[in-house]
Every structure is written in structure tokens, then in C-alpha cells.
Design a protein around this ligand. Structure first.
Ligand code: FES
Length: 166
């Protein structure tokens, strides 16, 4: 292995102890053995599993976030200190994660379930583009969307109570 190639490898790979690797791992592409050490090449940026979008906060300010695909809007809010409550912790049993979506985003999502619609009926300032943040899983299709927080929510727990991040 040339010195230059070695340097490139060390910049882009993680080192594995050969005793932890099985033979199929060794035979896959992007993996190789040198001096008895198994190397696996990783992409330096893995944006395929992230989505970037913006919360429009109650005061009109914006919070841009980048989150993993598969999380939901409420989890993204909590991870980034956005003031979206989520009193039932994603159980679809409250309306405190109520958000507004842009029509173009609302229209590409699956319809709300009956359970979500029942909870939305309890939401403060319900609109046609209302959804529950905890019921919207992040996908790459949602890249660049804007999620608007209502100016208030109907809190069915103790006044002022905010559940911790989960
Ligand atoms: S957190 Fe309660 S319905 Fe979303």
C-alpha cells in the first residue's frame, strides 16, 4: 500500500479489530485487509438519513434544525429546544404537539388517522393544515419544509408543566 493511499484511507476509514469481523464482512466492497487489519470505508457525510427544515416559533422567529429521518416533528422540536409541548409523549392522546404545515407538505402526507383527528378536534386554533407533530415522521420528502407553531395550545396537564425530553 502506497503512503499516499494509506493517508487517504486513514482519513476516510474506521479501523476494526479483525477478530470482530466475519468473512462476509471482509468480502464486501469498500472493505479491505492490510497488514492483518480490516478497514471499512465510510462516507464522510451521510446526509441521506437527515432532513433539514425550519420551525416558525410562536414569536415569529425561525429555528432551522437538522434531524434524523424516522424521528417525528415533536422529537425534532425537543432535540432543538423548540417550544412544542407534547404532553402525552407521542401517544396521540393530547393536542399539545399541534402544528401547521405548508399546504404542499400537508398534501403529500398520509391522511391523519381517526385517533389523530379526534385529538386535532381538541386543538386550539385548528386550521385545515393542522397536524399533530408527534404523528409526522421525518422523511427526505420533507426537506426544506416550514412547520409553524400555533400561538397557544390547549394544555390538559398542570398549567405550565412541560414534560422533559424523551
Ligand atoms: S404529544 Fe400528545 S398527541 Fe402528540
Amino acid at each position: 500500500m502506497s503512503q499516499v493511499f494509506k493517508q487517504v484511507c486513514f482519513n476516510n476509514i474506521k479501523r476494526f479489530n479483525s477478530t470482530l469481523c466475519n468473512s462476509s464482512f471482509v468480502n464486501n466492497k469498500n472493505k479491505f485487509i492490510s497488514d492483518g487489519i480490516i478497514y471499512r470505508q465510510f462516507s464522510s457525510s451521510n446526509n441521506d438519513d437527515k432532513v433539514t427544515f425550519t420551525f416558525i416559533n410562536k414569536d415569529g422567529s425561525k429555528t432551522k434544525v437538522t434531524e434524523e429521518v424516522g424521528k417525528n416533528i415533536l422529537e425534532a422540536a425537543h432535540d432543538n429546544d423548540v417550544d412544542l409541548e407534547g404532553a402525552c409523549e407521542c401517544s396521540c392522546a393530547c393536542s399539545t404537539c399541534h402544528v401547521y404545515l405548508e399546504p404542499k407538505i400537508y398534501n403529500i402526507l398520509p391522511e391523519p388517522t381517526d385517533e389523530e383527528n379526534d385529538m386535532l378536534d381538541l386543538a386550539f386554533q385548528l386550521k385545515e393544515n393542522s397536524r399533530l407533530g408527534c404523528q409526522i415522521k421525518l422523511t427526505k420528502e420533507l426537506e426544506g419544509m416550514e412547520v409553524t407553531l400555533p400561538s397557544a395550545s390547549r394544555n390538559m396537564t398542570v398549567d405550565g408543566y412541560k414534560p422533559p425530553k424523551h
